[in-house]
Design a protein around this ligand. Structure first.
Ligand code: RFL
Ligand code: PHB
Length: 393
């Protein structure tokens, strides 16, 4: 049983698992505590797009082998509106950079397998109940495991416990500022055993609402529809989902979608949220525990990865040289990129969705924005650069 470690990591999502891997490679001792069981964590269906920088980090961390075999490099996406498509060419517009389709579930499976094989310790079904003493030399993490209440003392705590995590609560309210926006629509997401309608992603603006055609592989589609908040997936029998996707994607020449077995259906609310600062004393927040974006820009997972890259580098500096300079700058360094991701995700979301209260004037502005991206190389390059992501710090 572990009673003390250098870095206690709360949460084994992409942020916690990658941080543990990077610290392990740097020779820094850590323990990961995860509330759920392994099967649950590995099955949770979420993001699908990895930025070039994320792929580079996974490779450098020795976690890129299956990704290189099974991941699908994508050199563009299609924007569609008014029955027409416009392709954004990433390498041409964004200095040769591209993105990859590789599901978050697969990345998480790879990192868990490495961690269980090579360490450091990772405990499932170990929910953290409290983080105390964030402003002392020895913060303490309280957690439950195998029917007992336990404590882990450490030099530092990193909260990688997502939006509903507990670590954020260790930061006094009086010292934090929260920025938040909720959206008047959600996504109905489905997973279906059919080839995707196109080799690349399609983001569609439509008078009926937004639709997105993504994929998990060449034979599995991941498709999304804008739906009203509070929608029950039971209101969407399979045929209704396919009919609506077909109408909103409005493919060239009236091309029909290949329909097939839908294996998963769920509704995701959308939110923008940032907590500042991302650290207090010896407690640091990374990934969704500190910030959330609506998924339209595919930035959630990639921003979580950028945070832990900055943090791992800061711990490495401290470990090697004794300097806490990078650690002290952690929050400020991350927030610059976080706000860029917030801005891009808001832009993509508000340009492509139809607010239930939306005026015809706003719809015309959305179309004007899309027309500008189609006609101005500068506007297209701006979108491409944000989509593939800035180089990692
Ligand atoms: P995660 O993945 O939420 O992981 C947090 C982990 O912490 C655990 N945990 C605790 N462990 C111990 N003690 C506690 N008290 C704990 N409380 C929580 C949780 O069980 C979990 O394992 O956060 P992380 O690592 O920061 O990773 C961030 C990404 O997961 C996230 O940004 C993206 O998945 C966001 N997101 C999407 N992003 C995209 O780019 N495209 C998408 O299609 C997309 N779909 C989604 C999403 C996020 C969703 N959530 C959070 C509701 C779909 C969903 C449903
Ligand atoms: C996904 O494949 O799940 C996905 C892709 C792009 C997005 C959001 C989700 O913008």
């Amino acid at each position: 049983m572990h009673t003390h470690t250098t870095v206690a990591i709360v949460g084994a999502g992409p942020a916690g698992l990658l941080l543990a891997r990077l610290l392990h490679r740097a020779g820094i001792d850590c323990v990961v505590l995860e509330s759920r069981d392994r099967a649950y964590v590995e099955a949770r269906q979420r993001a699908g797009i990895l930025e070039q920088g994320t792929v580079d980090v996974l490779r450098a961390a020795g976690a890129g082998e299956r990704l290189d075999r099974e991941g699908l490099p994508h050199d563009g996406v299609e924007l569609r509106w008014a029955g027409r498509g416009h392709r954004i060419d990433f390498p041409a517009l964004a200095n040769g950079r591209r993105v990859w389709i590789y599901a978050q579930t697969e990345m998480v499976k790879d990192l868990i397998a490495l961690q269980l094989a090579e360490g450091p310790p990772l405990l499932f079904e170990a929910p953290v109940t409290a983080v105390t003493g964030p402003d002392t030399q020895r913060p303490t993490v309280s957690y439950a495991h195998e029917g007992a209440e336990r404590t882990l003392t450490c030099d530092y705590v990193v909260g990688c416990d997502g939006f509903h995590g507990v670590t954020r609560r260790a930061v006094p309210d009086a010292l934090t500022t929260t920025y938040e926006r909720e959206y008047p629509y959600s996504w109905l997401g489905i997973l279906a055993d059919v080839p995707p309608p196109s080799d690349e992603l399609i983001y569609a603006h439509s008078p009926r609402g937004f639709a997105l055609a993504s994929m998990r592989s060449r034979s599995v589609s991941r498709l999304y529809l804008q739906v009203p908040n509070g929608t029950d997936p039971a209101q969407w029998p399979d045929e209704r989902v396919w009919d609506e996707l077909e109408a909103r994607l409005d493919l060239d020449g009236g091309r029909k979608l290949t329909r097939g077995r839908i294996t998963q259906k769920s509704v995701l609310p959308m939110r923008s949220h940032v907590t500042e600062p991302m650290s207090y004393g010896r407690v640091f927040l990374a990934g969704d525990s500190a910030h959330i974006v609506p998924p339209t820009g595919a930035k959630g997972l990639n921003t979580a990865v950028a945070d832990v890259v900055v943090l791992a580098r800061a711990f490495d500096q401290l470990h090697r040289t004794g300097s806490g300079e990078l650690l002290d700058a952690y929050s400020e360094t991350c927030l610059r990129r976080v706000w860029q991701a917030e801005q891009f995700s808001y832009f993509m979301t508000s340009t492509l969705h139809t607010d239930p209260e939306q005026s015809p004037f706003t719809t015309r502005l959305q179309i004007a924005q899309l027309e500008r991206i189609a006609s101005s190389p500068h506007a297209a390059a701006e979108l491409a650069g944000s989509y593939v992501g800035p180089p990692l710090p």
